[in-house]
Design a binder for this molecule. Structure first.
Ligand SMILES: Cc1ncc(COP(=O)(O)O)c(C=O)c1O
Length: 413
């Protein structure tokens, strides 16, 4: 579904006017479409239905518990990377046996928490991590289920900061090393070999790198399946790209599925997926209000009340977010849309054709649902934005705007 559309010249989120939301909840404001979330989850589930995958929403993309709960209700599992994310998904009602725990730096405390909650398995990034999981499991008198993260060394053709499956990346182990790691782990007293994991990167717009990566691990999976009777799971990660620009084509889950299903069926393992961005990315916008329009003779700056602390993707990855006015206009200007933070990198759009807006007008950054709020911070002591979920004509606040008191909470003089 198209979640954000103009109706009589005004931008709407599903059936609610964005103008009204900004008046009710203030700005900067994240607005999410519940039906878009559901649609995207269902599109992946239906495309991959032949292998009955466990679709583990990648919580880092957007970790608001209302978003998680919406996906719990759809039957999702969850890909987490910290004790904090485990706490969130359990709070939102997720079942532990649908949770996988990734990340290169799991602490003892996090591992024990996950073992006590009996998550499905850890995606394990190194031999010392397997040893630590075994020690923690022994301490608790249980087994720690693991799937080593294999780095298939394929180029996902995405931004280098979100490419994770090449040999120079910090994630996972290469093929030769993974085989040794399984042998070592199988000898540990409290480890159960559950499966294999890979995740080659994010915002991938073609199915080829996924197919290439799967081809690279196929025979290896067969070997492991024959060797370890408990080896039953293949987690192929997330990474499906979305359209950030009008002329960009999102990776269609059906195209993704067509490239992978024959091999996945042949392997006969329980398939796990970890999509984040493709579910929530285009379900969210960031609404901001113009504070000043500054014409420096050299350049035009539209200064809004949202900044890089609210949406860091443009500064961090040179990411593109479409900027739309809340009241439609055909008039445009060329310039930068910037925030109030004291950094030249604080922009939401740079050297772009922007709507010709004036002080007090509202503009939105599209495609801000993934890695938007979840990467936000209090830099420059700015309270983090409020979040609202829209379902049809109903809007529900799902996170209050932070206050200055919130910012100093926990500090002492
Ligand atoms: C291990 C793992 N799985 C899944 C994801 C989600 O990726 P995406 O949001 O591109 O689907 C990430 C993102 O960094 C990841 O590191």
């Amino acid at each position: 579904m198209q979640a954000f559309t103009y109706q009589s010249g005004k931008l709407f989120a599903e059936g609610v006017s964005v103008d009204d939301l900004a008046l009710r909840y203030g700005t900067p404001l994240y607005v999410y479409s519940k039906n878009h979330l559901r649609d995207r989850y269902r599109a992946i589930a239906s495309a991959m239905a032949d292998v009955k995958p466990m679709i583990c929403y990648s919580v880092k993309a957007n970790s608001n518990i209302a978003i998680i709960k919406t996906l719990v209700q759809e039957g999702a599992g969850f890909d987490i990377v910290s004790g904090g994310e485990l706490f969130r998904v359990l709070r939102a009602g997720a079942e532990a046996n649908r949770i996988v725990f990734a990340g290169v730096g799991k602490t003892r405390e996090e591992i024990e928490y996950a073992l006590k909650e009996q998550i499905a398995f850890f995606t394990c990034e190194s031999e010392p991590e397997a040893a630590r999981i075994s020690e923690c499991a022994k301490h608790l008198g249980v087994k720690g289920r693991i799937a080593f993260r294999m780095n298939p060394d394929v180029d996902p053709k995405t931004h280098k900061y979100i490419s994770t499956g090449k040999k120079e990346n910090k994630f996972g182990l290469d093929l030769a090393r993974t085989l040794q790691a399984y042998e070592l782990a199988a000898g540990l007293p409290n480890i159960e070999i559950a499966g294999l994991h890979m995740h080659i990167g994010s915002q991938i717009l073609s199915a080829e790198p996924f197919g290439e990566a799967l081809e690279k691990v196929k025979d290896f999976c067969k070997t492991l399946k024959a060797k370890y009777p408990t080896f039953r799971h293949l987690d192929i990660g997330g990474g499906l790209g979305i359209n950030y620009k009008p002329d960009q084509k999102a990776l269609d889950p059906k195209v993704y599925a067509a490239a992978l299903l024959p091999t996945l069926k042949e392997l006969g393992l329980q398939v796990w997926l970890e999509p984040g961005r493709s579910i929530v990315g285009n379900a969210g916008i960031l609404v901001c209000r113009v504070q000043y329009v500054k014409d420096s003779h050299f350049k035009k700056f539209i200064v809004v009340d949202a900044a890089m602390n609210d949406l860091i993707r443009p500064a961090l990855y040179q990411a593109h977010h479409e900027i739309l006015p809340v009241t439609a206009t055909d008039k445009t200007v060329t310039g930068d849309l910037v925030g109030p933070i004291c950094e030249s990198g604080d922009f939401l759009a740079q050297d772009r054709e922007l709507p010709d807006v004036k002080q007090g007008d509202l503009v939105v950054a599209l495609s801000a649902g993934a890695y938007g709020f979840s990467m936000s911070s209090n830099y420059n002591s700015r309270p983090r934005a409020a979040e609202v979920m829209v379902d049809g004509t109903r809007a529900t606040p799902i996170r209050q705007r932070e206050t200055w008191e919130d910012i100093v909470r926990g500090e002492s003089l």
